[in-house]
Design a protein around this ligand. Sequence first.
Ligand SMILES: NC(=O)c1ccc[n+]([C@@H]2O[C@H](COP(=O)([O-])OP(=O)(O)OC[C@H]3O[C@@H](n4cnc5c(N)ncnc54)[C@H](O)[C@@H]3O)[C@@H](O)[C@H]2O)c1
Length: 337
Amino acid sequence: MKLPVAVIGVGHLGKEHARILASLPEVDLVGVVDPNAAQAQAVAQRLGTQAHADYRPLLGSLRAAVIAAPTAYHHAIACDFLRHGIPLLVEKPLASTREQGNEMVALARRHHVLLQVGHIERFNPAYEELQRQRLTPRYIRCERHGGFTGRSGDVGAVLDLMIHDLDLVLHLVNEPIARVEALGTAILGGHEDLAQARITFVNGCIADLAVCRVSPEVSRTMRIVGTQGYAQVDWAAKTVSVYRPTGELAPLDSRRLNPERVSDLKENLFGKYITSQTIECAAHHTQDQLTRELTEFVQCVQNGTAPRVDGVAGLSALEAACRVLDLIQPREIRRAA
Ligand SMILES: NC(=O)c1ccc[n+]([C@@H]2O[C@H](COP(=O)([O-])OP(=O)(O)OC[C@H]3O[C@@H](n4cnc5c(N)ncnc54)[C@H](O)[C@@H]3O)[C@@H](O)[C@H]2O)c1
C-alpha cells in the first residue's frame, strides 16, 4: 500500500519536497499545506493533489509528513504530528531554540515516532567520499558564503547556514565540545548575517566555521587536516581533493638541506612525496541529494529503520548553534544596529 504523506509549507524548498514525493512510486502525496493559498493551490494543481490551509484535518489520515515551513513554526507543527504518532522529516534547523528541540526529541521518543532532520549535506556524495577517506580530523575549516536570498528571515546566518557545517563537523569528529568561541554581526537587519565560530573538541580537534549570507561570492567548502592526510571539499562542485604523504616523505632537518635535496623536493613534492587525487563525486549517484534524503525517509518509515540524521543529531547541531548564538547575541547585533 502506498504511504499517505503531506508536505507542510510549500515555499522555496517545500515545493521541491512535494514534487519529489509525488514522483516516488511508494508514496501517495495526499496534500500540501500552506497558509499562502495561492502557493498551496499552484503546487497542488501542478502535482495533482489537494491544497490545504491547515494541517490539522489531515492528522488522522497521514502516515508521514515533511515540515518545510519557516523554522519559527517547526516546533509547534512537529509537536502536533508527533503527538499523533506521525513520522516526520523536519527541515533544518530542527527548531529555533534548544528547549523546542529538546521537547521534539522527547516527544518522538515517548511516542516511538521516527524524527528525521533535513541536514541534506549528509547526502552529498562528496561527504560520503570524505567519510570513506577516513582522515581522523585534527583541524577543520568550513566556509559557507551565499548571496542574499530574502528567505529564512526568521533566523540568522548561524541557524540558516552554519547549522549545515556544525552537523557535518559534529558527525566527523564525534567527540564532545570542550569550548566555543564566536563573533557575528548583522548587516541588513535583526539577525546576524555574518558569523565566525571556533569549536574546540575534547580530543583537541579544532573547527573554524565561517558563514555569510550577504556575500558577493558564493562558496561552500571544507578543509580537513587529519592524522593521515589533508582534504579539500567543495560541496557545490561535489569534489574531494585528498593529499597523503608517501613513504618517501621522511622528516626533514631544514637546517641541513643541501641544494639537490631542495630542488628534488620542489620538483617532486606532489607525486613522489605527497600523493594527490581529486575525486569527482557527482557521478556516484544518478539521484540528487533531496531525492535520496526523501527516499531514505520513506524507507525508514516503511521498514522501521533508523534515519541517517535523527532528531538527536539535529538537536546536537542545534545545541552547538545555540552556543554560538549565546556568544554573538545580543552584543554584536546591538552594536551593528
Ligand atoms: N536543507 C536545506 O538545505 C534547506 C534549504 C532551504 C531551506 N531550508 C529550510 O526549509 C524551511 C523553509 O525554508 P524555505 O526557504 O522554503 O522558506 P520559504 O519562505 O520559501 O517557504 C516557507 C513556506 O512556508 C509557508 N508557511 C508559513 N507559515 C506556515 C505554517 N504555519 N504552516 C505551514 N506553512 C507555513 C509559507 O507561506 C511559505 O510558502 C526552513 O526551515 C529552512 O531553514 C533548508
